[in-house]
Design a protein around this ligand. Sequence first.
Ligand SMILES: N[C@@H](CCC(=O)N[C@@H](CS)C(=O)NCC(=O)O)C(=O)O
Length: 213
Amino acid sequence: MFKLYGFPISNYYNMVKLALLEKGIEFEEVMTRPSQEEDYLARSPMGKIPCLEVDEGPLIETGVILDFLEDISGDTNFYPADPYQRAKVKELMKSTELYLELVARRLLGGVFFGETLSEELKKEVMTQLDKGTKALNKLLKFGPYAAGEDFTYADIVLYYTVTLGNMLTQQALSVNLEDELPGLTNWLELMGQNTLVQKVNADRDKAFKAMAG
Ligand SMILES: N[C@@H](CCC(=O)N[C@@H](CS)C(=O)NCC(=O)O)C(=O)O
């Protein structure tokens, strides 16, 4: 059985977890924090989570893991078959990560771990966020799903990017991503009706509570 290494407060971990659940692939969760210990680095060379151990060995990088899961599961497809449409879904996933996830992530230490967020950093993040959300507005379809009519990996990546990202931008910058990305509110509601999303979120919320006290 596959082993998923990581921790449910990680948005990247939750992307892979939801994909495994959606695809009906059996897996065991191995609670693991990011670590620079040699035994974990042997699995995940940057020490990051998630890491998925499959029959042949470990795999890291969320996008790579998602592609692997798509390649091994013929029945449930989260990329369109058409090459251009498939590329468009990947374009949206990549843009979400580069221009939203990695931008909002710069606030994480300040919001969750009491690090100082300088005014300079906040200004920089604000500028990048503004550019990123404007770009995403040109790519997002919300018709009703992120990339169009069908549920795709872009929904999974966007969902766990904005749910964490919005916490960070609201707390550090008073920016609500629902105001910046028209259509996001209805789409979040749609995603929230998915019982597997609800399960991943319940595990995440439990982990957050445990971390808080
Ligand atoms: N590029 C990685 C990013 C994963 C990532 O940043 N994971 C975070 C937890 S959400 C982590 O392990 N951080 C610890 C670190 O950066 O050392 C992926 O796509 O899986």
